[in-house]
Write a protein that binds this ligand. Structure first.
Ligand SMILES: NC(=O)c1ccc[n+]([C@@H]2O[C@H](COP(=O)([O-])OP(=O)(O)OC[C@H]3O[C@@H](n4cnc5c(N)ncnc54)[C@H](OP(=O)(O)O)[C@@H]3O)[C@@H](O)[C@H]2O)c1
Length: 476
């Protein structure tokens, strides 16, 4: 087997590398999917050496059977990315004994380092080798910083070699949206404003900010979750059928959705957004502290740990369909879900059709991955007349445990294969920031402050009012 790839991880000592990347690489190795990778070179300022680093990862893997061949691929190099001279040792390592056919640089550091790392890779001559770069989210903290990162990265790499990760796109059910919408003939005719009443996307977390209070105070839920995960999912729900499954064809269609998002302005922001911050409360019967105490803040901050939006995609297909988005920390439970709620039928034939229950397509992204179509059928039995009973059609494939994989496993394989379909293009990320920046500006202009909510609930009461004002409700 040709060893074609050297994978270089900047931030090899960090949380993402240790908790996600290395375990995913280990799983791929065990599944015989890592043969093409010759070395995994992990970098950081911390002064490990390769044996110490391997020993640390061996402890985490805790599985002697096949670990030697995996650990043998790992190397550790001490490198401060801000110091150009430190890249000489990396260059030497990559050229010896001979360069790999492809080098993948995975930047798992703070985004503020992305531009510098790319420039130093170029200056040190490392990029004479065929190379790809992987960038973790967030790409910047607003449109201006995102543009700066994109410009600095694209001064060094071609867009076709830049892989901007949003791990939500690596999830099976998120990719299933493409199969469901474009592999079946029955959904397309009803996938529009004539038949869809509203769309809801929820990303709920039950954890708090934990040790990341300072980071979170600079970020907030809108930037942390909506700008990337939620808008990416919305793109796949709302986009037009692409002409092919080519990466750029799909990304062109996603970009059109982002550009069609109705701006939320100073005039509309109070009606269309709710900001919240968790207070003391209880999760799973255990008392938990509010954001300010947990984050160690001496004074009140206006950081939102919850946001709900009434969004819209201003185009032919989606005009007048409200798209409700919400995310938050310390909510009642951890789950991510898309709900497409269809319009009620215009006339009820059935005496007990109290519901007039609309059909819904419910797509669970986590913790379980499933797709369920909510319908009604006749209640079985001899009772007089036809009575209705709700049933759920599960569209989930046979969940053979062996096929379960982490989103990062899928995305790493795609990077090795050079397939950009599940990665964000620079213009997509910028369009997403443009919409988000508008909301933040409107919050500032009008003075929209956070409303407290008890930990363990689904956000402030105003978030319920957001849907109820329209005569609708969240699917909880
Ligand atoms: N953690 C997650 O679950 C997660 C999820 C999604 C996205 N991300 C993103 O992934 C990136 C990394 O996050 P993280 O949570 O892993 O952060 P982290 O735990 O703070 O790790 C940062 C890493 O960067 C290295 N580093 C910092 N300054 C450096 C320098 N000057 N030169 C070389 N290495 C340097 C650190 O190593 P030394 O201190 O040894 O230098 C460490 O390995 C961030 O952009 C984050 O937003 C993280």
């Amino acid at each position: 087997m040709t060893h074609m790839i050297d994978l270089v991880i900047f931030g090899g000592t960090g949380d993402l590398a240790q908790r996600k990347l290395l375990p995913s690489l280990w799983h791929l190795h065990r599944a015989n999917q890592l043969d093409r990778v010759r070395r995994i070179i992990c970098l950081g300022r911390s002064g490990h050496d390769t044996p110490a680093y391997r020993a640390q990862i061996a402890d985490q893997i805790n599985d002697a059977a096949e670990s030697d061949s995996f650990l043998g691929k790992l190397e550790y190099l001490t490198l401060d990315a801000t110091q150009l001279s430190d890249f000489d040792a990396l260059s030497h390592l990559l050229h010896n004994p001979a360069p790999a056919e492809q080098t993948v640089f995975y930047l798992a550091t703070a985004p503020a380092l992305y531009g510098t790392i790319c420039e130093h890779l170029k200056s040190s001559g490392v990029l004479a080798l065929p190379s790809r770069v992987v960038l973790e989210k967030p790409i910047g903290n607003d449109l201006a910083s995102c543009r700066e990162i994109n410009q600095r990265v694209l001064a060094v790499f071609n867009e076709s070699n830049v892989f901007r990760i949003d791990h939500y796109l690596g999830k099976e059910t998120v990719q299933n949206l493409l199969a469901l919408r474009f592999g079946n003939s029955m959904f397309d005719p009803v996938w529009n404003s004539h038949h869809v009443d509203n769309i809801q996307i929820t990303v709920a977390e039950s954890i708090g900010v934990e040790g990341r209070g300072d980071f979170y105070a600079q970020t907030g839920a809108l930037r942390d979750m909506v700008q990337n995960h939620i808008l990416q999912v919305l793109c796949l729900v709302a986009m037009e059928p692409p002409a092919s499954l080519e990466a750029d064809t799909i990304r062109d269609e996603k970009l059109k959705v982002l550009r069609a998002l109705t701006p939320i302005t100073a005039d509309t922001v109070k009606k269309n957004s709710v900001r919240g911050q968790y207070d003391d409360g209880a999760i799973d019967g255990q008392p938990v502290r509010g954001f300010l105490e947990e984050g160690g803040f001496a004074q009140a901050t206006n950081t939102e740990t919850f946001v709900a939006l009434r969004a819209g995609v201003h185009n032919w297909r989606w005009i007048n369909v409200p798209i409700y988005l919400r995310t938050g920390k310390r909510l009642a439970e951890r789950y991510s879900e898309i709900v497409v709620e269809f319009k009620k039928h215009p006339f009820s034939l059935f005496a007990d059709d109290q519901n007039h229950t609309p059909n819904k397509l419910v797509i669970n992204i986590q913790p379980e991955e499933s797709i369920t179509l909510h319908t009604v059928i006749k209640k079985p039995g001899l009772s007089r007349g036809i009575k209705l009973e709700p049933v759920e059609l599960t569209l989930t494939a046979d969940t053979d445990k062996k096929q379960h994989y982490d989103a990062y496993e899928r995305l790493l394989l795609d990077v090795f294969a050079g397939d950009q379909t599940l990665f964000m293009r620079g213009d997509e990320v910028e369009a997403a920031w443009q919409w988000i920046d508008g909301i933040i500006q409107a919050w500032q202009d009008v003075g929209v402050n956070v409303k407290p909510y008890p930990a363990g609930t689904m956000g402030p009461a105003a978030a319920q009012a957001l849907t109820e004002r329209d005569g609708r409700s969240w699917y909880d």
